[in-house]
Design a binder for this molecule. Structure first.
Ligand SMILES: Nc1ncnc2c1ncn2[C@@H]1O[C@H](COP(=O)(O)OP(=O)(O)OP(=O)(O)O)[C@@H](O)[C@H]1O
Length: 571
């Protein structure tokens, strides 16, 4: 709640205008039955002049209500939109500071839902609160007082009506709140399933998983339908129940007043005003109930957003001055466990790499190669030990110095929708066309980029669907080399390239990025056979280090990998 108030503060002017407009609406609504009552009395007394005057007042009041309504809607909508845009932006900014660990804890799709659906909930409630917040209590209290002033003897009709309405509301709105909560959960489920299915469509189709996916989605969708129907059913009972209570009160009043009208005709005017006030009381209670239900949903959403705002990034960089780092890398007794896991993935790793060396990393699947590589650009911090880049502890270096020095080309190439140049400029913000051409030449992507209609301005579609696996990898390498980093980490990033292209990339890297330390994680020994040194990982431990020839002679794990791969090649 405090956080909502903080967001609202900036737009208090708009919120105050919206609230003042609701005061005018409440006044216009409350005053209308009063004028009508006086009009009916004047009609009964055949006082044409007063009838005309009151008629003008009635029209004026209606116009005032309309103008206030328009002003209120404009300013409520504006405030709600502005506040939710700020909330979304703050959430987005915060997520940008998150470490991998933070994001894994929430999960990506959960964060998307928080930034979209939850913010929509809050937006809707801000809008309805600004439209109703002052109107409801004023209408309720005002109509209550005016009804009693109009027909003091019938106060007990109002009390009975209120007891009945509160009973119906308490029953329905608590149930509705539960259903809305359930709806939110099923909606999240549905979104996750749809997202997973669409993103993994190729897998779904190639493993003929369509029916299974449909079954899974239908189950979740049926649950959502069921909850929505229950909410609908509740609504279909709720509204008539409210009207029944209102009609009973109206019928009761007319019945009781009927005998009085013959002796005092002005009672007709009074009873119509009394009935209008009863309706206004009914309206205020019903709207209040709806607002509370919406507010309780929004509070849950607000809490979920607050969790994002309150999450401290697990990993922060010091605000130290820019440092020029060299390509030397040192690991000193480094151990690492993934957040939430018990077993360490890397254990007591120590090695040193000199600037300009080419280092290969091999090991079985799951031996910790990617994990080790991710520690160099500080995507995670180790549990213990020290990692140095350019002889500096990376925990003491600011983010931009480290990012400038290290380029990490991921195992799975991720490109962003936009253009090729837009993607390459993520590697170097001020890259010129010549820089792009140079990098594309190194990464062997120039040959296909320059055949495209718009070349470096060619479109990259969502999830880079318009490029082949090998092209995506080459574009990722282009983005990685464009800033001419001192350390280039290639995490199995040539796996989709044919042997010839892979060789050409390596030769170009060797020639064009001569002083750069290159760390290549490879499944195939052939990819790193020429490395100055190869690190051999086995179940998170560094079990060997040396050239290919040394390791083939004296390292059992390496020999095993080499033998298996050779045998496969011969087959
Ligand atoms: N984000 C993560 N959270 C928890 N555990 C993880 C995470 N990423 C990897 N692991 C675990 O850490 C271990 C090492 O994984 P890593 O990806 O570093 O291995 P790898 O040698 O690169 O494997 P591959 O050759 O298959 O890419 C594996 O057991 C894996 O299950």
């Amino acid at each position: 709640m405090t956080s909502l108030m903080t967001f609202m503060k900036k737009y208090r002017g708009d919120a105050i205008i919206a609230t003042l407009a609701t005061l005018v609406i409440a006044f216009a609504t409350l005053w209308q039955p009063r004028i009508l009552q006086e009009m009916i009395t004047a009609i009964l007394a055949r006082d044409q002049g007063t009838v005309f005057n009151l008629g003008i007042q009635l029209i004026g009041l209606a116009l005032l209500g309309i103008v206030a309504g328009v002003i209120n809607t404009i300013f409520s909508a504006k405030t709600a939109q502005e506040v939710s845009a700020d909330m979304r932006e703050k959430g987005y900014r915060k997520i940008q500071t998150f470490s991998f660990g933070n994001i894994e804890k929430f999960s990506a799709s959960n964060l998307v839902i928080r930034l979209t659906n939850d913010i929509n909930q809050v937006q809707m409630v801000i809008m309805s609160v600004l439209q109703q917040i002052t109107r409801i209590p004023i209408l309720f209290i005002g109509a209550f007082i005016l009804a009693i002033i109009t027909m003091p003897k019938f106060w007990w009709i109002i009390v009975i009506m209120l007891i009945l309405i509160v009973a119906v509301s308490a029953f329905s709105f608590t149930r509705m709140g539960n259903y809305f909560e359930k709806l939110q959960t099923t909606l999240e489920n549905n979104n996750t399933l749809a997202r997973e299915n669409l993103m993994g469509m190729r897998v779904v189709k190639s493993f003929v998983q369509e029916q299974n996916q449909i079954k899974k989605f239908s189950k979740s969708s049926d649950e959502m339908t069921d909850t929505t129907i229950r909410i609908g059913n509740l609504f279909s009972i709720l509204m008539p129940a409210f009207f029944l209570v209102g009609d009973l009160a109206v019928a009761g009043s007319i019945l009781l007043v009927g005998s009085m009208v013959t002796t005092d005709p002005s009672m007709i005017a009074a009873v119509q005003a009394f009935i209008s006030y009863l309706m206004q009381i009914l309206f205020a209670v019903v709207m209040g109930g709806f607002m509370m239900t919406g507010a309780s949903r929004a509070f849950v959403s607000l809490g979920r957003l607050q969790e994002i705002y309150d999450t401290e990034p697990e990993l922060t960089f010091p605000e130290t001055p820019e440092t020029d780092l060299t390509g030397d890398v040192t690991f000193e007794h480094v151990s690492f466990t993934y957040p939430g896991d018990q077993e360490p993935v890397l254990q007591d790793i120590s090695f040193s790499v000199k600037a300009g060396e080419m280092i290969g990393i091999v090991g079985a699947t799951g031996s910790g190669k990617t994990t080790l590589a991710q520690l160099i650009p500080r995507l995670y911090d180790p549990d213990s030990g020290v990692i140095k880049v350019g002889h500096e502890d990376i925990k003491q270096v600011n983010e931009s110095s480290l990012r400038k020095t290290v380029s990490y080309i991921l195992q799975r190439s991720t490109l962003f929708s936009g253009t090729i140049s837009h993607n390459l400029r993520q590697g170097k913000e001020d890259a010129t066309l010549d820089d792009m051409k140079w990098a594309a030449h190194v990464a062997q992507s120039a040959e296909f980029i320059e055949k495209l209609d718009n070349q470096y301005d060619a479109k990259v579609e969502e999830r880079s669907a318009n490029f082949s696996g090998g092209q995506k990898q080459r574009l990722s390498i282009t983005r990685g080399v464009i800033k001419q980093p001192d350390i280039l980490i290639m995490d199995d990033s040539t796996s989709a390239l044919d042997a010839r292209s892979e060789k050409l990339v390596q030769e170009a890297l060797d020639k064009e990025l001569n002083g750069t330390t290159t760390i290549i994680i490879a499944e195939k020994i052939s990819s790193i056979i020429k490395a100055d040194r190869i690190l051999v990982l086995d179940q998170g431990k560094l079990v060997g280090m040396g050239t290919h020839h040394e390791l083939v002679r004296n390292n059992e794990v390496y020999q095993e990998i080499y033998r298996t791969q050779k045998a496969l090649e011969e087959v």
